[in-house]
Design a protein. Sequence first.
Length: 60
Amino acid sequence: MEYEFRVIIEKVSVASQEVVKRDTVKIYDIRPPKSILELGLRHEEQISLLTKVQNGLFAE
């Protein structure tokens, strides 16, 4: 595996643009799909990803 795709939430200071906090929500391996079902994210995974992002916002 040469590359991976990361979904990251960052809390950034507006004044200094310094990253105060960084959380990796999800890491995906980048590889060719073996079937049409592996293209994109299924609904369950989309909901899970949005839930994690939303929980990160709520925590702040």
